[in-house]
Design a protein around this ligand. Structure first.
Ligand SMILES: Nc1nc2c(ncn2[C@@H]2O[C@H](COP(=O)(O)OP(=O)(O)OP(=O)(O)O)[C@@H](O)[C@H]2O)c(=O)[nH]1
Ligand SMILES: [Zn+2]
Ligand SMILES: [Zn+2]
Ligand SMILES: [Zn+2]
Length: 272
């Protein structure tokens, strides 16, 4: 998929294939597939390094993925309001063009690093690495990564996070898990967002969305919520607190956890 849209090469990893780079793309028969495989393996290496950074500082890193406009930044704003007395939070935000989301988060007094990806429709581990060096991880408990709005590419790149969360807003249709299985399979939790709009929609059934998710053999919890109504956030906040405690215990035991990177996604990237 990303081979088609060309987004495997990003501002974060371009140096690797440019003249003098580790995987310089010579024109002597080195095929594209090999270059892409090298880039993915560099990404995974960098992701492991990022995870070490988070781990060394006792930070839980959570990657949020969804379609454009399904409510990632709004959910982060509501989550910060609910939890900033309890956890020290920062956000790394990916966006194709603007700084808008980071500014929304900063207006809450929270550190936010914006990565403008230009043409790349997902974040990669190199981009997240430069962003995380702009944060003081010693002063943080949870770093959220808001990925670029896209239901396909983000699921295929390990960024160094511990957990993936996928949002599905009720205006998108309950058939999306069936149409975009990779990003829903990669999720450790699935949030059905904008649930305040359900009374106005006669064709979105949360049960049907959950059924489609179970057809993907996903056991991830499916939680309905609305960023507009803080009383709907309880299950999400409970999930997050538990994730933090589990990660903290793992760290104390010298262990870590990797997010689910979908094999289909890896295949798509390697062989286009
Ligand atoms: N009714 C309702 N609207 C919401 C909710 N959450 C977000 N919105 C609206 O949906 C639009 C997009 O929300 P964002 O939070 O910017 O979505 P996003 O996923 O961060 O968007 P991108 O970063 O562009 O992918 C805005 O107009 C929000 O006000 C919600 O829970 N209920
Ligand atoms: Zn792509
Ligand atoms: Zn956003
Ligand atoms: Zn580093």
């Amino acid at each position: 998929m990303c081979d088609t849209c060309g987004c495997n090469v990003t501002q974060g990893n371009r140096h690797l294939i440019e003249a003098g780079g580790k995987h310089e793309h010579t024109h002597d028969g080195k095929v594209a597939v090999e270059v892409l495989e090298n880039l993915l393996s560099e990404n995974d290496h960098q992701a492991g390094h990022n995870r070490q950074h988070f781990g060394n500082h006792g930070v839980l890193a959570v990657n949020l993925m969804s379609s454009p406009g399904s409510g990632k930044t709004s959910l982060l704003e509501a989550t910060i309001d609910a939890l900033n007395q309890e956890f020290r939070i920062a956000v790394i935000v990916g966006d194709l063009e603007t700084e808008n989301d980071a500014e929304r988060i900063r207006s809450k007094g929270i550190s936010a690093v914006q990565i403008t990806t230009g043409t790349a429709c997902h974040l990669d581990a190199h981009m997240v690495h430069s962003a995380l060096h702009q944060l003081n991880l010693d002063d943080l408990d949870i770093v959220f990564v808001e990925n670029v709005g896209n239901l396909v590419c983000p699921a295929s790149f390990d960024l160094g996070q511990h957990l993936n969360v996928t949002l599905l807003s009720v205006t998108e249709g309950d058939d999306k898990p069936a149409k975009y299985p990779v990003i829903f399979r990669a999720a450790d939790a699935i949030l059905i967002s904008k649930s305040d709009l359900l009374p106005y929609l006669d064709d979105f059934k949360p049960e049907r969305a959950e059924q489609a998710i179970r057809h993907l053999a996903s056991e991830a919890p499916v939680l309905n919520l609305s960023a507009r109504n803080s009383s709907t956030l309880d299950n999400w906040l409970t999930w997050l607190r538990k994730a933090f405690t589990i990660q903290d215990a793992r760290r104390a035991a010298g262990e870590t956890t990797k997010p689910k990177i979908q094999p289909e996604g890896e295949k798509l990237h390697a062989h286009g």
